[in-house]
Design a protein around this ligand. Sequence first.
Ligand code: PRP
Ligand code: URA
Length: 209
Amino acid sequence: MSNVFVLDHPLIQHKITHIRKTDTGTKEFRELVDEVAGLMAYEITRDLPVTEIEIETPVAKTKSNVLSGKKIGIVPILRAGLGMVDGVLRHIPAARVGHVGLYRDPETLQPVEYYFKMPSDISERELIVVDPMLATGGSAVDAIDSLKKRGAKRIKFVCLIAAPEGVKYLQEKHPDVDIYLAQIDEKLDEKGYIVPGLGDAGDRLFGTK
Ligand code: PRP
Ligand code: URA
């Protein structure tokens, strides 16, 4: 699992526990997803290049590092990925945001793409694809297929909860994509839900159903 990074910081573990609970309502669920995404952004961006610049403090001249301006794109998989965008953007506010709209057909569990809009220079950007759930892996694989078809070269995938099946499938189809996740669960059930999971992320985030 060399390209899988489990970000199991105690703060993330604590928040994920509350995200999972049935009695966590929409408002709190949304806030927690946003907070966890923000905490994960810290690790996801660990390899960003920095450049040394000269600055002056009130005490002395010195040299200090700033981000060297690598171009980044955040790509939420609609709908549920939207819940993670602001948390990541808070730390890298200059990033562009592209959207991939996909839903899983409830019968076949196959992803269906209904929307795709990216910054024009995606081949020059490092793309951070966000979606709270990696279940069968079909949605993540399809979204990344679409991005690569349109020229994307460097992609990271970030989710909160993954099933082992989804991690394996994504690794097989896109071995070049690093996967960052908060927790790996036990399995998928017969309807393709992650067990124990958190239920339907989109419905819980937007209060639908
Ligand atoms: C959920 C989730 C992922 C997908 C994961 O979206 O947000 O995109 O399922 O499942 P998979 O790994 O088996 O493809 P859903 O299809 O429910 O759409 P929604 O976000 O619009 O509710
Ligand atoms: N999508 C979800 O929102 N939840 C799951 O458990 C699986 C797919």
